[in-house]
Structure formats: C-alpha cells, structure tokens
Design a protein around this ligand. Structure first.
Ligand code: ADP
Ligand code: ADP
Length: 232
C-alpha cells in the first residue's frame, strides 16, 4: 500500500513576486518505507513536509495520506489525523511551556483512551529511549535546545503513528544523541512505521532506504540506497 502520494503538487507563495516553493512534485511513499528528503536551502523541503503533515494546503495537485485526500479535509479532521496517524516532529518544538517533559510527551495520548498510569508509563518509556529519563519533571525552559527537540520527538512517537515526519530532527543534537535518535528511527522503521526525514546532512539521509533530492521546488532525482549496514 501507499502511505503518502503526491500528484503534481504545486505550492506558490504570493508575496509580491510569486515563489513556486513546489513546482509539480509527484511522489509515492510506500507503507513501511524510510525516505529521506535532501536539497539546498529554499528547495521546498519544509513546504513538502508541511503539506504531507497537513499544516498547509497545496495551490494545486493532490496530497493523499493513508488513503485520505487531505486537501479536502476540514481543519478539525486534519488536526485529528495529525495527532493520531501522523507524528510530526516540528522544527520549532511546540512544547507546552507549563507542562513538564513527561506531561508534554503524555499529552497526545489523552485522546487514545488509555489510563493515566498507562499514559505515564508509555511517556516514560519514550523519554528514556531519547535519553531523557532523568529530565521527566523539567519544564521546557529548563531544558537545552537539543533536549527540547528530543522531548518533541518522544511526543511525536508516543502514539505509535503509522507515519512519522521529521524535519531536520537532529539539527541541534550532539553526535552521540543524534546517533540515539537515528537508532530510534530505525527501530520504528523495523516495527513497520513509515519514516520521512528531511536532512541536509548526508550521513543522516543515508540511514533511509532512498533519498529524494529536491532542487528549486522539483524532484531532481531519487537515489535508491543499498540495504546494507544494520539491515538484516
Ligand atoms: P527548504 O525547507 O528546502 O529550505 P522551504 O520549503 O522552506 O525550503 O521554502 C521554499 C521556498 O518557498 C523558499 O524560496 C522560501 O523562501 C519560500 N517560502 C517558504 N515559506 C514561505 C512563506 N510562508 N511565505 C513566502 N514564501 C515562503
Ligand atoms: P491550529 O489548527 O490552531 O494551528 P492545531 O490544531 O494544530 O492548532 O494544534 C492545537 C494545539 O495542539 C497546538 O498547541 C499544537 O501545538 C498542539 N498539537 C498539535 N498537534 C499535536 C501533536 N501531534 N501532539 C501534541 N500536540 C499537538
């Protein structure tokens, strides 16, 4: 099956001179695959992720996520899709400032019907897996940028979404933490999660099965990577 399908997607920003952020992009992301998006600054990577993550709508074309044409959804339906089926790792964290790290991670489960204890245990497990077991009770402003990024990541993964979208997920992280986060992505991928990760760093993109190279709002080429390294 198909996790994401883009058909001739265009996104034009109209601020004086029109900017064609995406200029006819067609792309199919199979369920359970691991895709990286690379490209220079301004090539349309974030625009693409925002469309797939239902944060924005295209000027033309179709965006299908998990068999749903998301361009026809209401705001409420898009928010619901984002909270459950799609885990979106925002570049700018979006953590709730008055909630602790643990509470932030537990939040998306509120609508899942789990008990409070189950939610805490699940949030605790995710925080431990991003290396923040000892920061559960800290507020976002008591955490470093990289730690906040990991809390946001744990929150995006806590509902076990079928599709994870991550925009520069390791941008702020030191080498060791970055490796932990990429290992976590690999674990989710091994468990069947569809991963789409934007990175300008080759070694991050190479953890994927293929790299989609964007240039000036178009797909320049798609690079299939050999299954090697940690693949079995
Ligand atoms: P990337 O993530 O690859 O750096 P973006 O998708 O952020 O690229 O941007 C693609 C193009 O669209 C750039 O030229 C950028 O300046 C423009 N752009 C992005 N967001 C907006 C916006 N909200 N309003 C106007 N132009 C925008
Ligand atoms: P709007 O539609 O007004 O832009 P959203 O519906 O996207 O706002 O989000 C409402 C609130 O829920 C925001 O504070 C946002 O940060 C939060 N939120 C949205 N998606 C998620 C998510 N997947 N996990 C946790 N919080 C989320």
């Amino acid at each position: 099956g198909t996790a994401v399908s883009l058909e001739d997607v265009r996104k034009t920003y109209q601020l004086g001179e029109p900017v064609h952020a995406l200029d006819g992009v067609s792309l199919t992301v199979p369920r359970g695959s691991y895709t990286a998006i690379m490209g220079p600054s301004g090539s349309g990577k974030s625009t693409l992720m925002n469309l797939v993550g239902c944060l924005d709508t295209p000027t033309a074309g179709t965006v299908i996520v998990n068999d749903t044409d998301v361009t026809t959804l209401s705001d409420r339906e898009r928010t619901s899709l984002r909270g459950t089926e799609v885990g979106f790792v925002f570049q700018t964290f979006n953590l709730m400032p008055r909630l602790t790290a643990l509470e932030n991670v537990a939040l998306p489960q509120l609508f899942q019907g789990a008990s409070k204890n189950e939610r805490r245990e699940r949030a605790r497990d995710l925080l431990a897996r991003v290396g923040l077991a000892d920061r559960e009770d800290h507020l976002p402003n008591e955490l470093s940028g990289g730690q906040r990024q990991r809390v946001a990541l744990a929150r995006a993964l806590v509902n076990d979404p079928a599709l994870v979208l991550a925009d520069e997920p390791s941008g702020n992280l030191d080498t060791e933490t970055e490796a932990d986060v990429l290992d976590l992505f690999a674990e989710f991928h091994d468990a069947g999660t569809t991963m789409v990760v934007v990175s300008h760093e080759r070694h991050v993109a190479e953890r994927a099965e293929r790299i989609v190279h964007l240039l000036d709002g178009k797909i320049e080429r798609i690079e299939e990577l050999d299954e090697s390294g940690d693949a079995d």
